[in-house]
Design a protein around this ligand. Structure first.
Ligand code: CA
Ligand code: CA
Ligand code: CA
Ligand code: CA
Length: 446
């Protein structure tokens, strides 16, 4: 009896919350109150008090401007400005990179930059700070993680036009490398669910193209690998083959936005664990969703030591109420939904709702009709933030030309924003992923 027939199937890790919106194309609804909060947070950051270099005053005179070292900047600037011939003496102010705000409008008819009203998960306040990460990558000539390959093992991806299937209008046809369909065992990993396209869009949705929303690592190549069927289910052998295929064919990062039920242990999925350790030996980082069971242990395959496991946070920066936690949780990233009940955590109000995660995809009933649905939340949505950021770190060159999975994982963890109890903790792991910090060459590698 093959192993696959004795195992419960695993399911993807999105929770379809809330009512299905009207079937208008490019629908997408967030309350204006939510949108206001996100945009106010962005503004607040830009309005932080000005910083200047300690002990430095910029003095201008007829010969030009130079930096003069002083003990006390305010007093030094005052006394220098009184000297004969000095035109001005000012603190050496530091500009803050404001990041790149692409024009993508969100839903059709949205204003320039309207993506910010929906994609709180990419903003600095409680998201991963994409604008400053994008600026970091543009400065080193690797915009959006150019040159890196990310495999999306999921229900397929809307990567091409074929029969009833269409490419998402917010994907460039050049965004993809050859994948495989391990469900139907054919070379056409078209998505027949919508989940895989949502996940791939978080990673690489067209950005700066004035269509729809944005993707965190919009310059990478996506390898679509179908291991889950139209119901979002796949067996261990389909998944193991998919992982080996991706690692063998040059994926730098593999995203696994699915989970086995809590009762599945390592001894029941040896084929998947073997494939994961093969990928690790090939230098491929495997990223997995911690699971949506609100369990005190991370689900497999993310629970494997060789997988970077990712839990979910809400728009308020609290742990999401569905997010699995425990000693095997490595870090957290935005997954949307409702705050967990964590007493004493200043970011949490038990059961407080927050915004979903928005990307362009389609509904299974209409594979050619692309929209921005409002029902996607889950650790499925959190994991691709980490996979995309891993790709950005690789492209940044901060860890050298060919970093090991362990080094990439460590970089993401050491630059995460600590949440909950100080340091590593079971609710948030190392903290919330921050793409800007992870790709900032000024933050030393430790
Ligand atoms: Ca197919
Ligand atoms: Ca776009
Ligand atoms: Ca791990
Ligand atoms: Ca902590």
């Amino acid at each position: 009896m093959p192993l696959r027939s004795r195992l419960p199937l695993l399911a993807f890790s999105a929770i379809f919350a809330g009512a299905v919106a009207a079937p208008a194309a490019w629908a997408g609804g967030a309350s204006s109150g939510d949108a206001r909060a996100a945009s106010a947070a962005l503004k607040a950051r830009a309005q932080e008090p000005a910083q200047y270099r300690v002990g430095e005053v910029v003095v201008r005179d007829r010969s030009g401007a130079r930096v003069v070292r002083v003990k006390d900047v305010a007093r030094g600037a005052r006394s220098l400005s009184r000297r004969p011939g000095v035109r001005s003496a000012t603190p050496n102010y530091v500009a803050r990179l404001s990041g790149w705000i692409p024009p993508d409008p969100g839903p059709r008819g949205g204003e320039i930059g309207g993506w910010q009203k929906l994609q709180w998960n990419f903003l600095p306040a409680t998201g991963v700070d994409a604008p400053n990460a994008w600026a970091n990558l543009a400065r080193v000539g690797r915009p959006g993680g150019k040159g890196v390959v990310v495999a999306v093992l999921d229900t397929g991806v809307a990567y091409a036009n074929r029969g009833p299937f269409h490419r998402s209008p917010d994907f460039s046809p050049h965004r993809f490398v050859k994948g495989w369909d391990f469900v139907e065992d054919d070379p056409y990993p078209n998505d027949d669910n919508g989940h895989g396209t949502h996940v791939a869009s978080t990673i690489a949705e067209g950005t700066g193209n004035s269509i729809g929303l944005t993707g965190l690592a919009y310059g990478v190549k996506v390898m679509p690998v179908k291991v889950l069927d139209s119901e979002g289910e796949g067996d261990s052998q389909q998944i193991a083959r998919g992982i080996r295929f991706a690692a063998k064919n040059g994926a730098h990062v593999i995203n696994l936005s699915f989970e086995f039920p809590s009762e599945i242990t390592r001894s029941q999925i040896p084929n998947i664990l073997d494939a994961i350790s093969y990928a690790r030996r090939q230098g491929t980082l495997v990223v997995g969703a911690s699971g949506n069971a609100a369990a005190a242990a991370v689900a497999y395959p993310a629970r494997s030591r060789d997988v970077l496991s990712v839990g979910a946070t809400t728009q308020h920066g609290c742990q999401a109420d569905y997010s699995n936690e425990g000693a095997d949780l490595d870090l957290v990233a935005p997954g949307g939904g409702v705050d967990a009940a964590l007493e004493g955590d200043p970011n949490c109000v038990a059961a407080r709702p927050g915004m979903d995660i928005f990307q362009m995809t389609f509904r299974a009933s209409a594979p050619g009709r692309f929209t921005i649905p409002s029902e996607y939340i889950g650790t499925s949505m959190a994991a691709p933030h980490a996979a995309a950021t891993a790709a950005l770190v690789i492209a940044s060159g901060i860890l050298g030309p060919d970093p090991t999975p362990a080094a990439i994982e460590r970089r993401l963890e050491t630059t995460a924003v600590d949440l909950g109890p100080p340091g590593l903790d079971p609710h948030y792991g190392a903290g919330r992923l921050n793409a800007a910090r992870a790709t900032d060459p000024a933050i030393p590698v430790t």
